[in-house]
Design a protein around this ligand. Structure first.
Ligand code: F6R
Length: 244
């Protein structure tokens, strides 16, 4: 595992975009795994700038990690909407080449199974971008015993609901369930970038680099993958700066 601590979130975005660019230059038809939330936004801005300066994204395919249950793609807080708004429109991607689990179906368990089948079929991602929750969740794999390998329906924890309420009018409006890739599918990527920015991630980043792996901190399992780069800003990396 490689850990890089940079000055601020802009620098983090540039570094993560460099890694994505390298993948696309090597394989214009790359399969790219994406996350939502605030952590990847500077990376997405940087990728859009690179598209505007000539980098060709037209043949890539993307898959997203998760989606809230109960929100359709036209809901401004749905992850489909977030991706269209923050990345896909800026890269002028054809939406048929972008994949986000369906959140507004009648049978979420079935939609989760269908997404898993689709992911198995489409194969290994060339690169996967991840954020990390303050409780160590990756995608919506919350601290829990046991963790699930495959795409599944999850009940979000109080911590996650509270933390995500910043995007909603009130806590009550935050969906309580989501569809998420499981730990096995997250690992089904040749390279993984974990982005952590801001002082509220400092503690979880410190726990993450401890030698343990535990279902109390799902991100800790990433230490078992052989190509993970953690990119932090100074704030998120402040408790580990002396250790690396
Ligand atoms: C989003 C996702 C989540 C976020 C995590 C951090 O698709 O899977 O695991 O990456 O909640 O969110 P931010 O970046 O908003 O702190």
């Amino acid at each position: 595992m490689k850990i890089i601590i940079l000055e601020d979130e802009k620098q983090v975005g540039i570094k993560a975009a460099d890694m994505v660019e390298e993948v696309i230059r090597n394989n214009p038809k790359a399969l790219i795994g994406l996350a939502t939330g605030s952590s990847p936004i500077p990376t997405y801005k940087e990728l859009i700038q690179r598209k505007n300066s000539g980098l060709d994204f037209s043949s890539i395919t993307t898959v997203n990690l998760d989606e809230y249950i109960g929100l359709g793609g036209d809901h401004p807080q749905s992850y489909r909407y977030f991706m269209n708004d923050n990345l896909f429109s800026g890269l002028a991607l054809e939406l048929k080449n972008t994949h986000v689990p369906r959140g507004d179906g009648e049978n979420p368990e079935n939609d989760a199974m269908e997404y898993e089948k689709f992911l198995k079929n489409i194969g290994k991602r060339d690169i996967q971008i991840l954020g990390i929750g303050v409780n160590g969740h990756i995608a919506f794999n919350e601290p829990e015993d046991p963790l699930s390998l495959v795409t599944h329906v999850v009940n979000l924890t109080e911590d996650t609901i509270k933390s995500n309420s910043r995007f909603f009018e009130s806590m009550d409006e935050v969906p309580k369930r989501a569809i998420t890739m499981g730990m096995g599918q997250i690992f089904n990527a040749k390279k993984i970038i974990l982005i952590a920015t801001g002082k509220n991630k400092a503690q979880v980043v410190k726990e993450f680099i401890s030698p343990d792996i535990t279902t109390n901190n799902p991100s800790s399992f990433l230490k078992l993958h052989d190509d993970v780069t953690v990119i932090c800003d100074k704030e998120a990396g402040k408790l580990i700066a002396g250790d690396i």
